[in-house]
Design a protein around this ligand. Structure first.
Ligand SMILES: [Fe+2]
Ligand SMILES: [Fe+2]
Length: 255
């Protein structure tokens, strides 16, 4: 067909591509229960139902062909480039820390503080993110990533950090953090690494500039020095959080 005579809109083109891909697919792709819960439904893709819908096909037990292919031994940088849905906020936070002359530990913490959100899950993103990186970074970095989630809600005038205006906009003026967040804040406030987590919040709050020019290349060396990349590939090693990385690698694997 002559596309100049009948130009397809961007979304038509995307739909057509999606349909073609689905037809080409040789395997049945399922969604996890958490994906349905996020759609507001308590349900799951069951094997008899899915087999009936796709007769003669087997379930996907490997890479999802709709996603960008990952190398055999993926690195953190590969995840940044091919799995993280957005990296601008992380790069802006880390750039802020870099320009502020902060230690590499803090820069790395800023670079990784919201990786759970961009790759995995929003709810309790600090805890998920910390567990993802814990085997590969300094204990202080993982601790700071975990606790920034709570600290963000609590001002510290001594360092000029106020309650973020953005949160009033996002959650309404009356939002109060849940008791477990208040407790986490109290523990973090009294912790020897408090300021590392506070620095994440301080670099974070300024980091939503859509025009900022940032580049992952500026951080590849810092990652190399401070993130223990497993030689087998991130997710293919035997660390306590390897399964989390594998889930991001193969999110639609049946089991
Ligand atoms: Fe965060
Ligand atoms: Fe953030």
């Amino acid at each position: 067909m002559n596309e100049h005579a009948h130009p397809l809109s961007m979304s038509d083109r995307a739909d057509r591509l999606e349909e073609e891909k689905m037809r080409e697919m040789e395997r049945i792709i399922t969604k996890s229960t958490i994906a349905h819960l996020m759609d507001g439904e308590v349900k799951m893709d069951t094997s008899p139902e899915m087999k009936a819908k796709h007769p003669g096909k087997f379930f996907l037990m490997g890479e999802d062909p709709r996603l960008p292919p990952m190398p055999e031994r993926p690195t953190l940088v590969d995840y940044f480039r091919r799995r993280f849905a957005s990296t601008a906020h992380l790069l802006q936070s880390a750039t802020h820390a870099l320009k502020g002359g902060q230690p590499e530990k803090v820069i790395l913490a800023c670079l990784l503080h919201d990786i759970a959100i961009v790759s995995f899950i929003r709810c309790d993103h600090g805890y998920w993110g910390a567990q993802m990186i814990e085997p590969y970074v300094d204990e202080e970095v993982a601790w700071a990533v975990k606790t920034h989630q709570a600290l963000r809600f609590f001002p510290d005038e001594s360092v000029g950090y106020g309650y973020p205006d953005l949160y009033k906009e996002l959650f309404g003026p009356d939002y109060k953090p849940e008791p477990y967040i208040v407790e986490e804040y109290k523990r973090a406030r009294a912790h020897k690494w408090y300021m590392t987590s506070r620095l994440i919040c301080m670099n974070d709050i300024y980091s939503f500039d859509p025009n900022a020019r940032v580049n992952l290349d500026d951080f590849v060396d810092i990652i190399g020095r401070n993130f223990k990349q497993p030689k087998e590939g991130l997710g293919l090693d035997n660390s306590p959080s390897a399964h989390m990385w594998r889930t991001i690698l193969w999110p639609t694997r049946f089991l």
